[in-house]
Each structure stands twice: as structure tokens, then as C-alpha cells.
Ligand binder design. Structure first.
Ligand code: AMP
Length: 402
């Protein structure tokens, strides 16, 4: 079965055609900077001789519709349209499913209306996700399409974890609660961890750490998520590339009174000028590690803060779960930064979390383990693959329908 995965953002579209018989990527690519003058399209595929090929083009694409047409043209040029004609489903990444969507949903009028209803909760993401859905419905009218929600894996949080201690009406009338995000990635690595450990998901308690430019932690008991660090929006929780993570909300009142900054400026500061970037000026962990190696005090502080926050969440989730079988590191930083893994686990010996330096710094490809002999918690490094998880969930959804 072949599934086309679409991740349609406000100024970019990523796509990947996956053959689920062998999890092979048949073709993939992205369009960036849509509606920003010069857009950039990159398209990759394997030709008839098995050679990896690439096409890169810059052109003005005014909106998502033009961008999808450019993708279609690239697919034709590479001879991939015939593969698309046999596609069994299209899986769309949708950031927010609110309380209504607890699982992938076949896209029909009711699903589109439901996604539109939660747009107010994710104004930066859901409208763009919907645009992608609507254009694909027109472009591929006969193909079943499925919405896969970033929030869905976290629907199993109990009220004590998802409610905020705020006036009740903020929840009952305005849907303010913790939803959690990165659910597709946490779900994928949790299952991969179970496969790696040769255990049923139901037999395992896991802490999964998605450490990329965005970052979040999840406590997973017997395959079900019971707590996660992102909340009403992806701003809460761990320190991230440009997002602040946990803060005292009262600082906003203070900054507003002190500087006159309006809501949009405050929102933008916390989303795009905070986190690692706020502390040391850049959000790329590779560059921050290089600066820290050269003795840059701001870079050293940024790493200290970043790892300290992860450690606090590990401790909290050990308390939530009671027994932890494995800790899973994933995404750009989690998969690649031995320094962050080591610093985040430092001093947690009493919890059974002990990193082995040689295993942690070995140049291994995930999946691999980094715990020291005698540590009771398995420490795993597992590569995430959100597109493959979306393709699998989309396929399972249409199989369930038929
Ligand atoms: P992602 O959002 O998952 O693509 O992750 C992006 C983050 O991973 C950026 O901060 C990168 O600097 C970081 N990253 C990627 N490779 C490495 C590496 N080898 N060492 C440290 N950080 C890395």
C-alpha cells in the first residue's frame, strides 16, 4: 500500500510518498517560502536505474494552490505520477485536534468542519493544514484522505494532568486545557522502543524525549500517554530552539506594563525570540555546542538551562510513572547530541539512570543504547519518523473503515 503524506504549513508544504510494504520512500520534497516572492521547490526521487535524483527550482509561488501545482509538475517530470495514481490514501498532518479528535479521522465534510472549529486553538497551524486538505480533495478526488492529529496521542491524559488551575469557565467555555503536541513522534518512538526491547507496549513504562527545534517530553504508561510537557499550545514545557517553555505567566503583565508591548509582540517574543535563541542568540544546537567549546559564556548557560529543564521533567515523570523501564531520546538533538543526553541524565543515578560515556559518544546509528551496566533504566536513542507514522495511521484508518 502506498500513502502520500502531506504536511502543509503556513509558508511551506512537505510531501513524502511511502510504500508501506517495505517502508520505502518513493519520492519526497518540499516547497518553502510560499507567498514570499521567491519560493523554493526541492523534489527527490529514485529513477528507473535506481539512482537517487534531485530537482531544485526557485520560482514565484503566490499561494498554496500554485505550490501544489508546482509539486504536481515536479512529480510529472520525475515520472512519479504513475506511482501517485496507485496511492491508497493521503495522510495529512493536522496540528490540533482539540478534544473531539482522539484518533486519525477519514476526511469528509464533518471532519473538515471539526478541524475548522479548532482553528482558534491553533491559529498558526490548523488553517494551513486545512488549506492543504482542501486543495488535495480537489486534486485527488477519488483518493481517501485521512487527518492525523499531533494532539491525538495525548488524549489519554487524565484530567489531573490536562487541567490547569484556572477559572473553570476558561476550560468549559474557552477550551483552555493542556492538549500536548508532537504526539505522532512520541507514539512512533514509543512503539519502536517496544519493538527494540522485544516487549509488548502494554508491558512498558517509558519517558520519551523529543528534542528537536521544538521539544517535548511524554510519560507513557503501558502504551498510553499519561502526561506530556507541551500544553494548551506548544509553548509550554521544555526549553526549545526559539520557544520559552515553562514560564511564570505574570511576567507578561510586567513586560506589558513596563514596555507597552502588545499581545502580538509578546506572543512573537515567546515563540520566536526565546528558548536557546533568547539566551545565546542562536537556536541551532550544533552551533551552540561549538560556541560553548570555545568558552562562550552565553552558549554554556543555554546548554546548562536546556539540560537542567530536561532533567527536571525526567524526575517529574519518574514520579508520575512510579516505575520507568526506558528513557527514549529522539529528534535532531536527542538523536545526535551526546552532550545533551549526558548532561540531561547527570546525577540521576539514584533513579537508575546512568549513562555510559563510551556508548553515548560512539558514532552509532539509531537505534542504540547508552546506559551503563547496572543502570536499571534502559536509555535508548531512536530515530523518529513522523511521516512514516502518519502513513501507517492513515493506512490503518482506511483499513478500519473498509
Ligand atoms: P529537528 O527539529 O528534529 O530537525 O532538530 C533540529 C535541532 O537538532 C537543531 O538544534 C540542530 O542543531 C540539532 N542537531 C542536529 N544534529 C546535531 C548534532 N550532530 N549535534 C547537536 N545538535 C544537532
Amino acid at each position: 500500500m502506498k500513502v502520500l503524506v502531506i504536511n502543509c504549513g503556513s509558508s511551506s508544504i512537505k510531501y513524502r510518498l511511502i510504500d508501506l510494504r517495505n517502508d520505502r520512500v518513493l519520492t519526497d520534497g518540499e516547497v518553502q517560502r510560499i507567498g514570499e516572492g521567491e519560493s523554493r521547490l526541492q523534489h527527490r526521487w529514485t529513477d528507473a536505474l535506481g539512482e537517487a535524483r534531485q530537482l531544485a527550482r526557485s520560482e514565484a509561488l503566490a499561494d498554496h494552490e500554485e505550490a501544489f501545482r508546482a509539486i504536481e509538475a515536479a512529480l510529472r517530470t520525475s515520472g512519479s505520477m504513475s506511482e501517485l495514481e496507485t496511492v491508497a490514501a493521503i495522510g495529512h498532518r493536522v496540528v490540533h485536534g482539540g478534544e473531539a479528535f482522539q484518533a486519525p479521522a477519514l476526511i469528509d465534510d464533518a471532519t473538515v468542519a471539526g478541524i475548522r472549529e479548532v482553528c482558534a486553538l491553533a491559529p498558526l497551524h490548523n488553517p494551513a493544514n486545512l488549506t492543504g486538505i482542501e486543495i488535495c480533495l480537489a486534486l485527488f478526488p477519488g483518493v481517501p484522505q485521512v487527518a492525523v492529529f499531533d494532539t491525538a496521542f495525548h488524549h489519554s491524559l487524565p484530567p489531573q494532568a490536562y487541567r490547569y488551575a484556572i477559572p473553570d469557565a476558561w476550560y468549559t467555555e474557552h477550551q483552555v486545557r493542556r492538549y500536548g503536541f508532537h504526539g505522532t513522534s512520541h507514539a512512533y518512538v514509543a512503539r519502536q522502543a517496544a519493538d527494540y526491547l522485544q516487549q509488548a507496549p502494554a508491558a512498558l513504562n517509558l519517558i520519551t524525549l523529543h528534542l528537536g527545534n521544538g521539544a517535548s517530553a511524554a510519560a507513557v504508561r503501558a502504551g498510553r500517554c499519561v502526561d506530556t510537557s507541551m500544553g494548551f499550545t506548544p509553548l509550554e514545557g521544555l526549553m526549545m530552539g526559539t520557544r520559552c517553555g515553562d514560564i511564570d505567566p505574570a511576567m507578561l503583565f510586567h513586560i506589558r506594563r513596563a514596555t507597552g508591548a502588545d499581545m502580538d509582540e509578546l506572543e512573537s517574543a515567546l515563540n520566536t525570540e526565546s528558548g536557546l535563541k533568547g539566551i545565546c542568540g542562536v537556536n541551532d544546537m550544533r552551533e551552540i555546542q561549538q560556541r560553548a567549546d570555545a568558552g562562550d559564556a552565553a552558549a554554556l548557560l543555554a546548554i546548562d538551562m536546556y539540560c537542567y529543564r530536561i532533567k527536571k521533567y525526567i524526575g517529574a515523570y519518574c514520579a508520575v510513572l512510579g516505575r520507568v523501564d526506558a528513557l527514549v531520546f529522539t529528534a535532531g538533538i536527542g538523536e545526535n547530541s551526546a552532550l545533551v543526553r549526558q548532561r540531561a541524565c547527570e546525577g540521576l543515578d539514584a533513579l537508575g539512570i546512568v549513562v555510559d560515556d563510551a556508548r553515548n559518544t560512539a558514532d552509532a546509528q539509531p537505534p542504540f543504547e547508552i546506559q551503563a551496566d547496572g543502570g536499571s533504566v534502559r536509555l535508548l536513542v531512536i530515530a523518529t519518523n513522523e511521516e512514516l507514522e502518519i502513513a501507517r495511521q492513515a493506512a490503518a484508518c482506511i483499513e478500519g473503515q473498509s
